[in-house]
Design a protein around this ligand. Structure first.
Ligand SMILES: Nc1ncnc2c1ncn2[C@@H]1O[C@H](COP(=O)(O)OP(=O)(O)OP(=O)(O)O)[C@@H](O)[C@H]1O
Length: 294
């Protein structure tokens, strides 16, 4: 799928400011960005739900129209499920909408619905509901599936279980476009990610390439505490090449031994020091100046 110079305004709100990207068949593409970045607007235009202000969207070289809509599976951020009917009855109902739906047993297996198949939709937990919504999205055997924040509000275990389902669907060569607020989710699932802010794409690449481009080495973090306050940090930050944030001092270094030595020489209290490999969360904060879940 190709998006070229996509632009959208709502009155004087310029939600999407001329973005372009391509999604190779069978891959998982992640659209990340803080609240109001323009992700939902972009995904809804791609789905055909909203009209673009300008720009073009093509699927396999053709403009997206009615034919394209038959190839698409959508899991919306908020979807109401029919009440007073079971998961099984819901699958039967939705299957009847499509000329050639995916066999029900296959959907049940792919989305791990075996345990809840006779349960009333009203009784589903958050994670079970998301599994059900994914099942409805893949019923028409879509070539591309759009998932708008599919795991928001789920507990960590349910999120991980849901990732497994997405990986199953991908392994069948279905293309996946995903928006998420979770960096670990993007890192695990996405072949490519685009980081959006204020309607523009700030960066687009594989997670690994993005991290290699922006960080060399590891991140040392030292928390503020009694004996090492923001004032102390300010006094040594420039000398050590450190960044200060509300939590503490952060130094990116490829020479760990030399950096630790400098910290000790500057009499920094290194209690609580931690070292980690830079991840997408660090990159996101670097690019947008805020945490994604803030
Ligand atoms: N129908 C609309 N009318 C007016 N403004 C809108 C409309 N839809 C979106 N916007 C505005 O466009 C901007 C982008 O919104 P969008 O929903 O695409 O962001 P988002 O990145 O999906 O955010 P979130 O992570 O909070 O879902 C926001 O400033 C939003 O208020």
């Amino acid at each position: 799928m190709e998006v070229e110079s996509l632009e959208k305004k709502f009155g004087n709100v310029h939600a999407v400011k001329g973005i372009s990207f391509g999604i190779p068949q069978g891959s998982c593409f992640g659209l990340l960005g803080p609240n109001g970045a323009g992700k939902t607007t972009t995904i809804e235009i791609m789905e055909g739900i909203q009209k673009p202000g300008s720009g073009t969207i093509t699927f396999k070289g053709n403009p997206t129209g009615q034919k394209f809509r038959e190839k698409v599976g959508i899991q919306f951020q908020h979807t109401a499920l029919p009440e007073f009917i079971t998961v099984k009855e819901t699958l039967e109902l939705f299957s009847s909408f499509y000329p050639d739906p995916r066999p029900r047993d296959e959907v049940i297996r792919l989305c791990s619905l075996e345990d809840i198949i006779d349960r009333d939709n009203r009784k589903l937990s958050g994670g079970q509901r998301q599994r059900m919504l994914l099942a409805l999205a893949i019923l028409p055997k879509p070539e591309i599936v759009f998932l708008d924040e599919p795991t928001t509000g789920l507990d960590p275990q349910s999120r991980r279980n849901f990732w497994e389902l997405i990986q199953r669907i991908r392994s069948e060569n279905t293309t996946v476009l995903l928006t998420t607020h979770y960096m670990d989710e993007a890192q695990v699932l996405c072949d490519q990610i685009a980081i959006m802010d204020h309607g523009r794409i700030l960066e687009l690449d594989t997670p690994e390439a993005l991290l290699n481009r922006h960080f060399q080495g590891a991140i040392i973090q030292i928390p503020w505490k009694e004996g090492f306050t923001l004032q102390d940090g300010k006094a040594v930050a420039e000398k050590l090449g450190a960044e200060l944030d509300p939590q503490g001092m952060k130094i990116i270094t490829s020479q760990m031994d030399r950096t630790i030595k400098s910290l000790l020489e500057a009499n920094v209290n290194i209690d609580g020091l931690s070292v980690h490999k830079p991840n997408l969360e660090d990159l996101f904060i670097k690019l947008t100046g805020s945490s994604l879940r803030a």
